[in-house]
Design a protein around this ligand. Structure first.
Ligand SMILES: [Zn+2]
Ligand SMILES: [Zn+2]
Length: 166
């Protein structure tokens, strides 16, 4: 069984779930308009006796429409994703819209921060590198009570001094 593939599928599903309903509605409407209005209009602009391969447009234009729709969904995705990563939501949305050839998206995926997690004590959203909560001072990295080394969740004993954790 290929667990890796199953994992990727669930992750993709989870990622798509952050696109808001309005994003799906807008993208769906745009796709319908592109396919039923724009594509036939563009096909009709080719003069009938020009000898152009009109049938080719019926393949290329729907494909281009689909790309436009996916692009739109990606804009909504970045808008929602930036928010849960404590990144500048408006700035990144504008960057991915206006930087051509999807370069904005590439830069976004290269530079995006890890998903912010809430403080266990006061639920303030925290950046990954924080060691203490900036709102309530809660220590965020668990430490061994006897040697003060950082320990990982799930350890039964400290890996540095052997003290029992619990
Ligand atoms: Zn806190
Ligand atoms: Zn220790």
């Amino acid at each position: 069984m290929n667990w890796g593939a199953a994992d990727t599928k669930t992750t993709l599903k989870k990622e798509l779930a952050i696109i808001p309903a309005v994003g799906w509605v807008v993208a769906g409407l745009v796709l319908v308009v592109l396919l039923t209005v724009v594509t036939p209009l563009l096909v009709r602009t080719v003069p009938p006796k020009s000898g152009e391969p009109v049938w080719l447009l019926w393949i290329v234009l729907p494909f281009a429409s689909l790309i436009c729709t996916i692009w739109l969904l990606m804009v909504f995705y970045v808008n929602a994703d930036a928010a849960r990563r404590q990144m500048n939501r408006l700035l990144w949305t504008l960057l991915v819209i206006f930087i051509p050839n999807a370069i904005g998206f590439i830069v976004y995926f290269l530079l995006r921060q890890p998903i912010a997690r809430p403080c266990p004590k006061c639920t303030t959203l925290l950046k990954a590198e924080f060691v203490f909560c900036p709102s309530c001072g809660q220590e965020l990295v668990p430490k061994c009570p006897s040697c003060r080394h950082a320990v990982e969740a799930g350890w039964l004993a400290c890996a540095f001094c052997g003290a029992k954790l619990g």
